[in-house]
Design a binder for this molecule. Structure first.
Ligand SMILES: Nc1ncnc2c1ncn2[C@@H]1O[C@H](COP(=O)(O)OP(=O)(O)O)[C@@H](O)[C@H]1O
Ligand SMILES: [Mg+2]
Length: 333
């Protein structure tokens, strides 16, 4: 059971400064794929590095598989970490990069060969085993970095923005590869990203952080449909949830509605139970499969974004009516 448990973990880099990680408490379940997501500087890497043993908490406790590791050096933790910049040894071939950690651990030669070959096979690295990292593409380097983690057969994998240096196509491929790896190995994985699309598509559970704190920890669909606060509502989803300020849909509270749950009407005549506002089309973003229509409510000038499927017949300047149905509203205090 390689559960990872954080109990009130706090990290302060400089005296008098705000904690980088603030009273972080969470249980990552055995075999779970957990994604930590949040804007740059919110404390994701620090959290991960404390699991790896690369940073020490100022207070609180971290345990892996039931053992307190809070002050244990990295080599004594059953973890492997994959970084954004790959961190390969530049003077070693792919084979040597893959073997290195096992040799350090005095794993028998036959066993090293067996494991390295198995991993190279599964990641498509066999043709490149004698190359140096500089003779590989970004995607191939990231595969080697992944392979180097896998050969160690750790019970916990830690990923720190491992796909951020790859182009969009390679990123999508590697995402799928990491998910397949998780399905195959069933190891506990903690994956850090600032990219909410990566978080939504990869996480079994997502932890949204800001300012060193957990804002919400829940499965992707729950985060999407029931964000815990306006920060989460604004961070997850592209475009973000529309947030109607107090006075528009509720006398005293903010109301959030996703763009796909708003619609535009020709006339004030209702489309069921909800609120209708006159509005003017401001501009239109056509994405092919869907269209984002930006409208300004009249007379307030409040901006709302509506997601329509396919193409739209709306044009900038069109007078329309915005319909906000009663369903799918999220009310924030
Ligand atoms: N080694 C360090 N020394 C001082 N401050 C640091 C150090 N590493 C990170 N920080 C600060 O801690 C906060 C959290 O950083 P980090 O964990 O890297 O966030 P993220 O990975 O979410 O971008 C930031 O304000 C950052 O500037
Ligand atoms: Mg980081």
């Amino acid at each position: 059971m390689a559960e990872v448990v954080f109990e009130n973990v706090t990290k302060i880099y400089a005296k008098g400064e705000r904690p980088a990680v603030d009273s972080f408490s969470l249980t990552v379940r055995d075999g779970e794929f957990l994604v930590l997501v949040g804007p740059s500087g919110c404390g994701k890497s620090t959290t991960l590095r404390m699991v790896a043993g690369l940073e020490t908490p100022d207070s609180g406790r971290i345990s892996i598989a039931g053992a307190d590791v809070t002050r244990l050096p990295p080599k004594d933790r059953d973890i492997a970490m994959v970084f954004q910049n790959y961190a390969l040894y530049p003077h070693m071939t792919v084979r040597e990069n893959l073997s290195f950690a096992l040799k350090l651990r005095r794993v028998p030669k036959n066993e090293v060969r067996r494991r390295v070959e198995g991993v190279a096979e599964s990641l498509g690295l066999v043709p490149y085993m004698d190359r140096l990292p500089k003779a590989l593409s970004g995607g191939q380097r990231q595969r080697v970095a992944l392979g180097r983690a896998i050969v160690r057969e750790p019970s916990v994998f830690l990923f720190d923005e491992p796909l951020s240096n790859l182009d969009a196509k390679m990123r999508v491929e590697m995402r799928a590869e990491i998910i397949r790896l998780h399905n195959r190995l069933g190891a506990t994985m903690i994956y850090v990203t600032h990219d909410q699309v990566e978080a939504m598509t990869m996480g079994e559970r997502i932890v949204v952080m800001s300012g060193g704190r957990i804002r919400q920890a829940a499965p992707p669909m729950e985060i999407y449909s029931r964000p815990a606060d306006v920060f989460v509502a604004g961070f997850i989803g592209t475009p973000p949830m529309n947030l109607f300020p107090p006075g528009v849909l509720s006398p005293s509270k903010t109301v959030g509605i996703r763009p796909e749950n708003l619609s535009l009407l020709e006339s004030r005549g209702g489309d069921g139970d909800g609120d209708v506002f006159p509005a003017k089309v401001d501009f239109i973003e056509s994405l092919g499969s869907e269209t984002l229509v930006h409208v300004l409510l009249e007379p307030s000038g409040f901006r709302a974004i509506i997601r329509e499927s396919g193409f739209t017949r709306r044009r900038p300047g069109d007078k329309v009516f915005l319909f906000c149905g009663m369903a799918n509203r999220v009310v924030f205090d």
